[in-house]
Design a protein around this ligand. Structure first.
Ligand SMILES: NC(=O)c1ccc[n+]([C@@H]2O[C@H](COP(=O)([O-])OP(=O)(O)OC[C@H]3O[C@@H](n4cnc5c(N)ncnc54)[C@H](O)[C@@H]3O)[C@@H](O)[C@H]2O)c1
Length: 261
């Protein structure tokens, strides 16, 4: 694998499991030093030990992305260890299950705290360090559910839709100091996040409407995140990359040619 992230220091949130774990593995393989945060500290330490034994420098620490104190202490430790942070992947996220009428206030508040305030705090904690260095790349992990509606996950969709605009606004503000901000919109990705839906058989319909005919692998998202963090994406900022096997490419795909109607 090419070492295009040699010299990069990348902070990844929600790195213990799922896509965050895959981002960490991919970026380590491409030569980055890593700062990993999650609330699942045991799983995080297992990953960190594995990556260290393969030769990657890793700082791993408890980070609830909704907690400003956790951000301060992880970022402080990271700059003490590595001197700077050049990449940030705001990946941590949680699902809410309700519709507009049955989402509970508690679920609404927690989903906003993690998915939206968590990204806000990540931007405010790390972007100034990048600005000072005159370079940096931030990747926000949203969802196709931030662009296309569903009846479930009302709070979740609100946060992912907001994230699209937060990314673009941050791209405008930070671009002049050399900091890029881009967003990934995953479709269905095979991680613990989907465990529930898999058990309930809820994925058969969306998979059947996915041109590539399957759920994505976490590694297939990690390769896109590594690209955006790297200088291969040096002229990309404010972009939204949909990575969903084509699932959202054609809501009118069964429309008949006009002459047949
Ligand atoms: N898996 C999918 O189908 C899918 C689809 C679209 C978007 N996404 C998004 O991709 C991102 C990653 O999801 P995933 O599939 O890896 O999910 P996952 O549930 O498998 O992993 C999420 C990780 O985030 C961590 N986390 C949860 N709350 C946290 C908090 N408050 N602070 C820090 N870490 C926290 C978890 O401990 C876990 O390690 C999320 O933002 C999610 O919304 C996932």
């Amino acid at each position: 694998m090419t070492k295009r992230l040699e010299g990069a220091v990348v902070l990844i949130t929600g790195a213990a499991l799922g896509q965050g774990n895959a981002h960490a593995r991919r970026m380590a393989a491409e030569g980055a030093h890593l700062v990993l945060g999650d609330i699942r500290v045991d799983d995080l330490e297992t990953l960190a030990s594995e990556l260290r034994s393969d030769g990657t420098r890793v700082l791993a620490g408890r980070l609830d992305v909704a907690d400003p104190d956790d951000w301060s202490s992880l970022v402080q430790d990271a700059t003490a260890e590595f001197g700077t942070i050049t990449g940030l992947v705001n990946n941590a996220g949680i699902m809410s299950r309700g519709s507009v009428l049955d989402e509970t206030l508690e679920d609404w508040m927690r989903t906003l705290a993690v998915n939206q305030t968590g990204v806000f705090l990540g931007l405010q904690s790390v972007a100034p360090i990048m600005q000072k260095a005159g370079r940096g790349s931030i990747v926000n992990v949203a969802s196709t559910l931030g662009r296309y509606a569903s009846t479930v996950g009302f709070a979740y969709q609100a946060t992912k839709g907001a994230m699209l605009m937060m990314s673009k606004s941050a791209a405008l503000s930070l671009g002049p100091s050399g900091v890029r901000v881009n967003t990934i919109l995953p479709g269905l990705v095979d991680t613990p996040f989907l465990a529930d839906s898999k058990e309930r058989g809820a994925l058969a319909d969306p998979v059947s409407r996915t041109p590539l005919g399957r759920i994505g692998k976490a590694e297939e998202l990690a390769s896109v995140a590594a690209f955006l963090i790297s200088d291969d994406a040096a002229y990309m900022s404010g972009a939204e990359l949909v990575v969903d096997g084509g699932m959202t490419s054609g809501s009118l795909q069964s429309l008949k040619p006009l002459k047949e109607i």
